[in-house]
Each structure stands twice: as C-alpha cells, then as structure tokens.
Write a protein that binds this ligand. Structure first.
Ligand SMILES: *[C@@H]1O[C@H](CO)[C@@H](O)[C@H](O)[C@H]1NC(C)=O
Ligand SMILES: *[C@@H]1O[C@H](CO)[C@@H](O)[C@H](O)[C@H]1NC(C)=O
Ligand SMILES: *[C@@H]1O[C@H](CO)[C@@H](O)[C@H](O)[C@H]1NC(C)=O
Ligand SMILES: *[C@@H]1O[C@H](CO)[C@@H](O)[C@H](O)[C@H]1NC(C)=O
Ligand SMILES: *[C@@H]1O[C@H](CO)[C@@H](O)[C@H](O)[C@H]1NC(C)=O
Ligand SMILES: *[C@@H]1O[C@H](CO)[C@@H](O)[C@H](O)[C@H]1NC(C)=O
Length: 512
C-alpha cells in the first residue's frame, strides 16, 4: 500500500498549511490528491512522450463578457500515451486548488486515465481560473475576483475546447465538431461538470461527475449527516453529549461553565464562543480526508480512539457519557490536536475570526486557494457547514449558523461587502438546475459516506431519477473515492461504480 502512505503524508502536509487558516477553509469540497507516478510515457507507436509534469499554457479570455480585455495564461497538463487518432479528449479540472500536483489524474490511476485508456483517448488537466498560477490578474483583490464566477469558469472550459491546439500530434484538429470531448470532475468540479453540460449543451459529448455538489445550499448542515451516521457510534454519542452540553450552557449564558469547558480543551484564551464551537468542528472535518484505502492511523480515527478507548476497552454504542467525554476530548486537544492545528500560535491567532487586522484577511497574493474559494463561497455557493435545526441530533454546535461565515466574508472582502452577505444560492440553482439537472450522457458517481453527498443527486430523500441517459451510481465510498483506481481495488462497491461509468462511456462513444 505505497499509495496509502504517500497519500497520508500529502494530507498531513496540507493540514500543516491550513493550520494558520481558519475553519471555513477546512471543509473545502476539494479533490483528494494522488501521487504523481514517475514512469516514463510512450505513445502506442513507441515514441517517447514528455513527462506529465510538463506545463502547457492556453491563452484564455480574461472576461468572456468582454473579450477586448485580452487573455491570460491558463495552465494545463496532458497525457496522450493511450491516444490513437479519432479517440476522445478527456478533460478534467481539479477545481478550487493549485492544479500542480494533480497530474496523477492524467493517468490510469484515476477514472480520467481509465476512460482515456479504454477509449484510446488523451487526457487533459486544466487549472481553474484564479487558482494556482492561472490568474486573469496578478492579485486577488475584490476587484480582480469579480471575474471569478461559475459562469466564467464554464466559459473557460468551452473556450478551451473550441480553441485550443493541443501539443500532441494532430492536436490542432480535435475540436468538438470532429472529436468527442468528455468532461470529468469531482466535488466542486463534479458540480461544474453538470453545470457546464446544462449551461452549454452540445460542447461536451459526455460527462462523469464524482461527488458533484450540484445543489448549492447555504445552510449546509447536511454535511454532518453521513459523518454522524457512519462514524463509530460510541464516538458519535459522546460528541453529541458534549455538543448538547455546550449549546445548553450557552443558551442560559452560564459563563463560568463555558470557561471551564474551554479550559478543558486548553482553549481558555479563545475569546468568542462561536470560534470555540468552530474549533470543535475541526475534528469532524477530518472525516473528509478518509478514503477506503486509508489506514487506521488517520486523524479522524485517532480522535475517536482517544474518546472511546480506555485501558484497551472501548465504550458501548452509547459512549462513556458527558463527563468522561469532555475530559477525553479536551485532553486530545491539549496533548495532540492543538499542536497539529496551530503549531506554536496562540489560540486567538490560530482559531479566532474577529481580529480583522490579521494579515490573513488582507493578503491578496495569488495562489491562495483559500481566498479564491472563499470568494466563490461568499458570492455564489455558500455550503456553510453549520449546526442542524433544533430537534435533529447534532455533532456540531447550533451556535454555528451561516452568519458565522458570512461575517468573515465581510472581513475578507470589505471592498465588496459592507455587511455580511448571503450567497446567491437560489440564483445558481436556478441557472444551472442543481438537483433538477437533466442532460444527456452524464454519469453521476457518489459515495454513501461522503459528507458532501447531501448536495449531490444522491442526497437522502431526493429519489432522483436514475436513467440510462443520466445514470446515478452510489458505492460505499467517501468523497470522490470512485475517481481513484485504488478505491475500486479495496472496495467492490466502488469497483462496480467505476465499471459502470466505463461501460457507459464505451456505449455512448460507440454511438458517436
Ligand atoms: C494502467 O495501464 C497499465 C498499462 O499501461 C496496466 O498495466 C495497468 O493495469 C493499468 N491500471 C489500471 C488501474 O487499469
Ligand atoms: C490588482 O491588479 C489589478 C489588475 O492588474 C491592478 O489594476 C490593481 O492595481 C492591483 N491591485 C493591487 C492592490 O495590487
Ligand atoms: C467505539 O469506538 C472505537 C474507537 O473508535 C471503535 O473501534 C468501536 O468500533 C466503537 N464501538 C461502538 C460500539 O461504537
Ligand atoms: C451573560 O453573562 C455575563 C456575565 O455573567 C454578562 O456580562 C452578559 O451580559 C450576559 N449576556 C447575556 C446575553 O445575557
Ligand atoms: C494542557 O497542557 C498543559 C501543558 O502540557 C498543561 O499545563 C495543562 O494543565 C493542560 N490542561 C488541561 C486542561 O489538561
Ligand atoms: C441506477 O440504475 C442502475 C441500473 O438499473 C443500477 O445498477 C444502479 O444501482 C442504480 N443506482 C442507484 C443509486 O440506485
């Protein structure tokens, strides 16, 4: 399981980076990274190919509504080792991240490359505007970010398909009038796959959307529903007990009890109760890093072990109860988790969100995925991961409501927002059809244990129609698990999803 080890270390690196950022960026619906294989590539006729880390640049329009503004350089990567003339082009964007490091998605370690291999196609990985080094302007001011919208991102994909001369032999002759293009995405980019096919029919011949969060939801408490359901039940019970206690002492303004609870976590210096509630949520966000091939040492399971295993004995499904849970969860923060999240920073600097003088809010340098994504969150997509309504079991505090994050939108983009804004979610759902999507030849793949599932077409209670033109498959996976070949090797239900996706591609392309 070399992959597992490498993946675990990649995740640790990304956590260390995130340490100084705050909670809203932790649960970003991002694609899992996979290692970039080092094998040398050859085309089917034996010619040596450039390494998949070779960067290519496309002259992309700065503003699709105003082409006279000119172009910027959009980065992309390619692998044509399976390509034969007439084959499809499989295009994917990792979405809201620096795309450098995602080149593994060009290979048959992922569904993108598996489709390319099966269909003798070429794979292209393209960076999303305002992420990594694909920036219309060289800063991330509110003014520049006005050009970061879902529609501009869709138009980028379309303009690329219709205009790009790809660096491979014959690559200037693969426009969609002669060549089938397949759009693949996962998470936000999975949603973008669906939104693009809705908004610009007839550009992409077919699509594959993994964990596609097609329905934009502002008050996205559903994020925690699959976590609560599939985490160890004793751990879930004890987390619920602590959260219920927090919400109760908050409701009656028992400041002394609140202070001792914060002290138990070593977070006594944290000034604001909602920042404390948000810190507790971090342990749940760790769920999103899980994959079927993740080993038992992952942070989420360390957390539950710390809560539930005492002297080698683990608690029954009802947990150990409130007092023990506070003590065990608190000690876990104090001994292990605080350093993991905050390093040497003090609690308020690391976890506080009220000090608007922190450089974090005003840093406008490029390649800051947190800032660019937060722009999209504040303006269009929300997906605020908050406490559930009264009456539903809660593993995160109901103190956390969309206004917790909306306030931070105004901190980060004061030029844009004079007061905490609500995202234009209903407009997005109307424009790009959200759960109502109905397009031809789009394959949806989802995972039962994915915290983003409630925003996908496999949301509980949705009963979205599952047809041969728009099939929906669900395996036992986590977030975007089916994109990764390894998931199908260790989990048969995910293998079934992947095989179905490949089979649909075969059938659909045969009709081209
Ligand atoms: C990827 O392709 C190689 C041959 O190029 C093959 O040996 C390997 O089994 C393929 N992997 C998957 C997951 O299909
Ligand atoms: C940001 O970039 C724009 C476009 O290049 C430029 O006009 C503006 O002055 C820059 N702003 C800052 C604060 O650097
Ligand atoms: C209790 O928690 C431990 C540690 O996370 C886990 O291994 C075990 O399966 C859980 N048992 C129950 C009944 O929830
Ligand atoms: C909560 O209690 C503190 C101290 O006991 C007091 O200063 C504060 O005004 C109270 N807040 C509310 C909302 O009642
Ligand atoms: C947290 O750890 C520090 C340093 O190890 C220790 O002084 C403190 O008492 C601990 N607090 C709690 C609540 O365990
Ligand atoms: C959708 O239909 C196919 C074909 O009948 C079936 O194999 C698949 O499991 C269905 N998907 C879901 C989520 O039920």
């Amino acid at each position: 399981m070399v992959l597992t080890a490498v993946l675990a270390s990649l995740l640790l690196v990304s956590f260390a980076d995130a340490a100084i950022q705050n909670a809203m960026l932790r649960g970003r619906p991002s694609l899992p990274k996979i290692p970039i294989p080092e094998r040398t590539l050859t085309s089917p006729n034996g010619a040596a190919l450039p390494p998949i880390t070779t960067v290519y640049y496309f002259d992309q329009l700065i503003d699709h509504n105003n082409p006279s503004l000119g172009t910027f350089q959009q980065r992309y990567w390619m692998d044509w080792d399976f390509y034969e003339a007439g084959g499809p082009i499989v295009l994917m964007t990792p979405g809201e991240a620096d795309a450098d490091g995602y080149q593994g998605y060009l290979t048959n370690d992922t569904i993108t490359g598996m489709i390319a291999q099966q269909q003798h196609g070429a794979a292209v990985l393209i960076e999303h505007r305002f992420f990594g080094y694909s920036n219309p302007y060289e800063n991330l001011t509110s003014q520049s970010l006005e050009l970061l919208t879902i529609q501009q991102a869709i138009d980028d994909l379309v303009y690329f398909v219709e205009t790009a001369d790809l660096p491979m032999p014959g690559g200037d002759n693969v426009k969609p009038d002669t060549t089938p293009w397949i759009l693949v995405g996962g998470s936000y980019s999975g949603a973008l796959t669906s939104w693009t096919m809705v908004n610009k029919p007839d550009v992409f011949y077919a699509g594959y959307a993994s964990s596609g969060v097609v329905e934009v939801i502002t008050d996205y408490y559903g994020y925690f529903t699959p976590i609560r359901a599939y985490m160890p039940q004793n751990c879930s019970s004890d987390v619920q007990a602590v959260i219920a206690y927090l919400d109760q002492i908050y409701a009656v303004n028992n400041t002394a009890a609140i202070q001792s609870l914060k002290d138990a976590f070593g977070l006594g210096d944290l000034l604001h109760i909602d920042d404390f509630a948000s810190a507790l949520q971090y342990n749940l966000f760790d769920w999103q890093s899980l994959q079927p091939f993740t080993g038992p040492g992952s942070m989420f399971f360390e957390f539950c072990d710390a809560l539930e295993v005492k002297n080698g004995v683990s608690a029954p499904a009802t947990g150990w109860g409130l007092e023990t849970a506070i003590y065990a969860w608190g000690s876990f923060w104090n001994t292990t988790y605080y350093a993991y999240v905050c390093g040497d920073l003090d609690a308020e600097t690391c976890l506080g969100t009220y000090d608007t003088t922190q450089s974090y809010w005003s840093d406008i340098s490029i390649n800051n995925a947190g800032r660019s994504w937060f722009w999209m969150v504040c303006n269009q997509v929300g997906y605020y991961q908050v406490g559930p309504p009264e009456g539903q079991p809660a593993i995160v505090s109901r103190i956390l409501q969309p206004n917790y994050e909306e306030r931070q939108c105004a901190n980060m983009f004061p030029q844009k927002f004079y007061s905490p804004p609500a995202p234009s979610a209903s407009e997005v759902d109307f424009m790009y059809e959200g759960w109502n999507v109905k397009v031809n030849k789009l394959f949806f793949a989802n995972g039962l244990r994915d915290p983003w599932r409630e925003a996908t077409v496999s949301a509980d209670g949705l009963y979205k129609l599952n047809t041969t033109t728009q099939p929906i498959y669900e395996g036992g996976g986590f977030h975007c698990s089916d994109l990764i070949a390894e998931s199908g090797i260790v989990d048969e239900t995910i293998r079934t999803v992947q095989m179905a996706g490949l089979e649909y591609m075969r059938t659909w392309l045969a009709e081209y």
